[in-house]
Write a protein of this length. Structure first.
Ligand SMILES: Nc1nc2c(ncn2[C@@H]2O[C@H](COP(=O)(O)OP(=O)(O)O)[C@@H](O)[C@H]2O)c(=O)[nH]1
Ligand SMILES: [Mg+2]
Length: 366
């Protein structure tokens, strides 16, 4: 029996030369499931092996952004520009050897930005501190890719990130898998159309090693999304792209680049001159899906200077937890002004979902 690496290589080779169509779909699906299983096995084995010293970064602020780019694209320059940090900048490669955190304040949010050593091809296989870098990236709330105007190979970076089991700008597929002790695999689709059929799902489940389970697929997904779900160790992270050093080119050049990066949220910047930096901050803020809540103590004016920063979709319960852990326990009701309120000063409970820039009063038992 060939070792796991060789088996993976064989499957990769076969996948590379197999054209995807209706006739080959099952074959490809099974190969992919088998490969995913082998890779997961390998990953578990590696994580049990000798530990490489990772970067110890303490999370701080309301959210964390990881700067991901090749060496020398200007990551450290940007960190120095937008945060309080001082990261070494170099005209030669591999200046930044560790993870340097900085704090950026924007619209009342404290956002941690992590400057990382440049990612290179095969980082996910351990090249150039790749594993350490990727493990920090996995802990981030947002990935900020950075490319150089003259060095725009975003795909290599994206591939490395994908190999590290991160999924960008997508959410976990809507599937439910309930394991059971016998009866084989049953499959149910709740959507009219599906690019997967029952047998294919069964085969892929079996190939992955799940013999007995009830599977419910609640949206139209492809084989890769199914594998992501079965494997269970995927992380779903938002990502945006900055093109740096635009001070070196003209508008037409930038427009062409943006066209080539269709599908991505792209911000053109110059970390050195400060061009586009405000736009970038705004995009970071909105990609992190923060909202601001202004607290108004009962019978007093609202504090419009220092908002509470929480995630979009949060409710009054979260607002309470963010203020103090006793607030929820002693909660009586809340008053809300702003877009989430049906009328100014509406009385609401813990499960009321708040909006950006709402003013909130929490009334507690005394
Ligand atoms: N022209 C220009 N040069 C830049 C810009 N940002 C960074 N650089 C230069 O690019 C080189 C690499 O920068 P650095 O921040 O160390 O890149 P890192 O390896 O990605 O951290 C340095 O010589 C910087 O001065 C920019 O916006 N415009
Ligand atoms: Mg650097």
């Amino acid at each position: 029996m060939a070792n796991i690496e060789e088996q993976i290589k064989d499957i990769e080779d076969e996948l590379a030369k197999t054209l995807y169509n209706k006739n080959t779909q099952h074959h490809i699906g099974k190969l992919k499931a088998k490969m995913a299983r082998l890779k997961d096995t390998l990953e578990v084995r590696r994580s049990k092996g000798p530990k490489t010293a990772g970067y110890a970064v303490r999370k701080s602020g309301h959210g964390t952004v990881a700067l991901v780019g090749f060496p020398s694209v200007g990551k450290s320059t940007l960190l120095n520009k937008i945060t309080n940090a001082e990261s070494e900048v170099g005209a030669y490669q591999f200046t930044t050897l560790t993870c340097v955190p900085g704090l950026m304040e924007y619209r009342g949010a404290k956002i941690q930005v992590l400057d990382l050593p440049g990612l290179i091809k095969d980082a996910s296989k351990g090249k150039g501190r790749g594993r350490e870098v990727l493990s920090v990236v996995r802990s981030a709330d947002l990935i900020l890719f950075m490319i150089d105007v003259f060095e725009t190979n975003l795909q290599v970076l994206v591939d490395e990130i994908r190999t590290a089991n991160l999924r960008l700008n997508q959410r976990a597929p809507d599937i439910v898998i309930a394991k059971k002790n016998r009866g084989g695999v049953s499959v149910n689709f709740t959507t009219k159309q599906s690019s997967l059929d029952e047998d294919l799902v069964k085969e892929m489940m079996n190939e992955y090693g799940h013999i007995n389970a009830d599977v419910v697929i609640r949206e139209n997904i492809d084989e890769d999304q199914l594998i992501d779900y079965i494997s269970g160790n995927r992380l779903y992270v938002p990502a945006i792209v900055s093109i740096n050093k635009v001070d070196l080119v003209n508008k037409e050049f930038i427009a062409q680049l943006k066209k080539r990066l269709k599908g991505w949220n792209v911000i053109a910047i110059s970390a050195a001159t400060g061009l586009g930096i405000d736009d970038l901050k705004e995009e970071i803020f909105s990609a992190l899906k923060f909202i601001r809540i202004y607290l108004k103590p009962q019978w007093e004016e609202a504090d419009m200077v220092e908002p509470l920063v929480i995630k979009l979709g949060s409710d009054i319960g979260t607002v309470c937890d963010t203020i103090h852990r006793d607030f929820k326990r002693n909660f009586r009701y809340a008053l809300v002004w702003g877009t989430s309120a049906r009328f100014p000063g509406q009385v609401v409970g813990l499960d009321h979902v708040v909006d950006d820039q709402d003013i909130v009063t929490i009334v507690v038992k005394r």
